[in-house]
Write a protein that binds this ligand. Structure first.
Ligand SMILES: [Zn+2]
Length: 245
């Protein structure tokens, strides 16, 4: 079941992202984390929302209450945690959950809040995972400019410079999928460089990316099936427009 974010009535200006700092499966639930936090002398779990390794989410502390999660920065904050410690052990499902939650929160606050890692306000590695990349944030903690969650928008040249030499795609079929895929992120950048709007550059192959692929295919005499197989891949990478851009 999809996790549904319900906006609290109290004032919120920032969302802090954490990890639970344990990879034990028996800690992958609210009760276990609540118990750990109570042992620290707190009245309840410090986090409002927890993302489990299977991609589901749970509510912890009542969202109407101030969190106990990032010392000195709890006021007007929401605290979210993903279960995990080692970077490699966070799951794609969790990242999908986090990304979806971030979008729900931004919709609820019409982009009026900023998102931060615990590490921004404490000398800690928390949340360990690459939260800016996973959540698609700019350095100020807002959805990156080309990645507005409600209205995906292609900004010409806005993200091309750093990736101009990096046009590679794996030799496997890329098509509409509900999972995050690094290769799809590359595909979206390449499509954008060709002048096709893939929507949000986020590694998720959705309807807008499919439309961009189909438009590219039509313009290049390929079967417009919206899937990136060998021929489309070759054409995407070989096209001279890329080098000229
Ligand atoms: Zn933390």
């Amino acid at each position: 079941m999809t996790f549904v974010f319900i906006k609290p009535k109290r004032k919120v200006t920032r969302v802090f992202w954490h990890c639970t700092a344990t990879d034990h499966a028996h800690h992958d639930n609210i009760a276990a984390i609540r118990e750990m936090h109570r042992q620290r002398g707190w009245s309840d779990i410090g986090y409002h929302i927890m993302g489990h390794k299977d991609g589901s989410g749970s509510y912890g502390r009542n969202l109407e209450l101030t969190p106990a999660a990032q010392a000195g920065h709890n006021a007007a904050a929401i605290a979210v945690t993903l279960h995990g410690l080692e970077k490699a052990k966070f799951t794609t499902a969790q990242y999908n959950f986090a990304r979806d939650l971030r979008e729900q929160i931004d919709r609820a606050y019409t982009n009026g809040v900023t998102h931060h890692g615990h590490c921004e306000v404490a000398a800690k590695a928390c949340p360990v995972f690459d939260y800016r990349n996973v959540l698609q944030l700019d350095a100020r903690g807002r959805p990156a400019p080309t990645m507005t969650p409600t209205v995906p928008k292609f900004v010409a040249g806005g993200f091309a410079a750093a990736d101009s030499d990096d046009f590679a795609l794996p030799g496997r079929l890329l098509k509409v999928s509900k999972s995050y895929d690094d290769a799809v992120d590359d595909l979206q950048r390449i499509l954008a460089r060709h002048g096709y709007d893939p929507g949000t550059i986020d590694g998720w192959f959705g309807e807008q990316t499919e439309k961009a692929v189909m438009a590219f295919q039509r313009d290049h005499g390929l079967v417009a099936d919206g899937k990136v197989g060998a021929l489309t891949r070759e054409m995407l990478i070989a096209d001279p427009h890329l080098k000229a851009a």
